[in-house]
Design a binder for this molecule. Structure first.
Ligand SMILES: Cc1cc2nc3c(=O)[nH]c(=O)nc-3n(C[C@H](O)[C@H](O)[C@H](O)COP(=O)(O)O)c2cc1C
Length: 372
């Protein structure tokens, strides 16, 4: 296949795999696509280890890194080194403690929870200051050929530095005005992410958003994201004017994914209607697997979720507890509506093969109906 995306990175098929799991990134590259590593969940030290592993296993193929440049965030940076608990209202902490206790989820041993909170606060996690530290690591790895900015526009200096290093700059967008802003900031590539996507997502669906973004920033290449996991959707994305697709959810049930067993089991059983867009996980609207956590925060007597990143600070130790015991009712993850199609465990290569086979059938069908 030959699209602008394939030409830009010298890849064979226009499929981008976004993942926080390094094995997925490498497997996607080896299947002919482009892997993009989500850096936000790593510390700078962990990120250096992950990227070194990718470089050691990817056989010189290009890959990307995704970071967050939040436009709006709580002012946690000016409170670094303070007691993190003083930033989170007691009512919210009690709400979480009661919810987890009602599901029999034990506390973390010793002072682990306190340490986790202090580490996030001291590092200014969830703020642009933290992202800058991650980028210092990213710029040390020569295999990185794409940096993607999510949930905001990066400073010009970051885009200029990427370009000077021969790295393309991409941006996730959910509205035409976001796309124009990112184009003006120097983006080489836009990712139009629709409402049905997993993770932070807007209100416009992929079907409506993709052609709007394509037209808004032509001739810049646009990828379609959100609700894409099979070949008919790849064909539709190209028909909408995209130069490729960007998928996040579909890798979570592959063998390469590091999704814990309790989550994997719930994802394989979930229908497309089992996701919810909520602020309960990060403080910003995002699509997640419905769970006792999202139900509780959606109840009429629940406190209003905090902002970003304080809601993330509140939820991170809670999910460490939930995942430690595999509390099935509470486990969750960012996940899109495509989860309804993720019904058996696969491999990254198999997902690519299935998508490409169905894509070929879809193209053949279009040719047939056009001739009839
Ligand atoms: C588990 C998971 C984590 C995600 N984390 C991020 C992230 O850190 N940064 C980002 O730009 N997008 C993130 N996303 C969104 C993806 O980049 C992608 O746009 C989205 O998954 C596409 O829609 P799909 O889920 O229908 O494939 C995440 C998605 C998932 C499923």
């Amino acid at each position: 296949m030959k699209t602008k995306l394939c030409e830009m990175f010298g890849i064979e098929v226009p499929i981008v795999a976004f993942s926080h799991c390094r094995d997925v990134v490498v497997a996607a590259a080896k299947a002919g696509g482009l892997g993009v590593f989500g850096a936000d969940t790593s510390t700078p030290e962990q990120l250096a280890i992950e990227l070194q592993w990718i470089e050691d296993h990817i056989d010189g193929r290009p890959y990307g890194v995704d970071v967050l440049f939040p436009k709006v965030h709580d002012d946690v940076a000016s409170h670094a080194n303070e007691d993190p608990l003083s930033l989170i209202p007691k009512g919210h902490r009690d709400f979480v403690q009661n919810l987890l206790a009602s599901h029999g989820v034990p506390q973390l041993p010793g002072d682990e929870e306190d340490k986790m909170l202090r580490e996030m606060l001291n590092r200014k996690k969830g703020t642009p200051a933290f992202t800058h530290e991650l980028l210092e690591v990213v710029f040390k790895f020569p295999g990185v050929k794409l940096i993607v900015s999510a949930i905001g526009t990066p400073p010009q200096s970051v885009v200029d530095r990427a370009h000077a290093a021969g790295i393309k700059f991409g941006a996730m967008v959910g509205k035409p005005e976001h796309a124009r802003r990112q184009r003006d900031a120097g983006a080489d590539l836009l990712i139009a992410q629709g409402h049905e996507a997993g993770g932070h997502t807007g209100e416009i669906t992929t079907m409506v958003l993709t052609p709007q973004i394509v037209d808004a920033v032509a001739p810049l290449p646009v990828l379609a994201a959100g609700g894409i996991g099979r070949g008919r959707q790849l064909a539709a994305a190209l028909a909408l004017g995209a130069e490729g697709v960007w998928c996040g959810s579909v890798w979570l049930t592959t063998q390469e994914s590091d999704a814990p067993p309790a989550l994997r089991e719930r994802l394989l059983a979930a229908q497309s209607s089992d996701t919810v867009r909520t602020r309960a996980f990060t403080g910003k609207p995002g699509r997640f697997l419905k769970s006792a956590w999202s139900d509780a925060w959606g109840a009429p007597d629940a406190p209003s979720p905090l902002g970003r990143p304080l809601q993330y600070f509140l939820r991170t130790p809670a999910f460490a507890r939930i995942d430690r015991v595999g509390a099935k009712a509470l486990v969750s993850s960012p996940i899109g509506q495509i989860v309804g199609e993720m019904n058996e465990e696969s491999t990254v290569r198999q997902v690519f093969m299935d998508m490409l086979t169905e894509y070929a059938d879809a193209v053949e069908r279009l040719q047939r109906v056009s001739q009839d």
